[in-house]
Design a protein. Sequence first.
Length: 134
Amino acid sequence: MNKTVYLAGAIDKVSPEFATRWRRDATERLTAAGYTVLDPTQGKDLYAPGVNDTVYTPEEIVEADLDMIRRADIVLAEVSKKDVPYHGTSMELAYSKMYGKRVVVWGGSKSYWVRYHSERIFLTLREALNYLIS
C-alpha cells in the first residue's frame, strides 16, 4: 500500500491536547495499516507562548504545510468544532483538491465548501480511519 496521509485540522483556537491527540490516534492506526503519516504539529511546541501567531512566520507554516500536502496521496481533515473558524484547514482542503489529492473529512461538517472539496465526510475519526484502512 505505502500511501502517505497528511493530517489537516485545527491547531489554532483549540487546545494543544486536542490538536495532537486525534493526530496521534490517527498516526497510530494509519501507520499500523502501512501508511506514512505527515503531521503538521510534529516538532512544534504547541504550548509555547505565541506559537500560533508569533513563533513562526506565515511563510514557514504555510510552505511547510503545502509541501506536506504535495507529498501526500490523501488528506485526512478534522472539522469537528463548531466554534473554530478553520481558516487554515479550509485552505488546505482547497489546495488538496487543486493538487488532485484524495480528501477525507471527519467532524460532520455540512459546509458546501467542505463538501465540494471532499471525497467523503464522516462524523467521527474512527469512521474516517475505518474507511481509509478498509
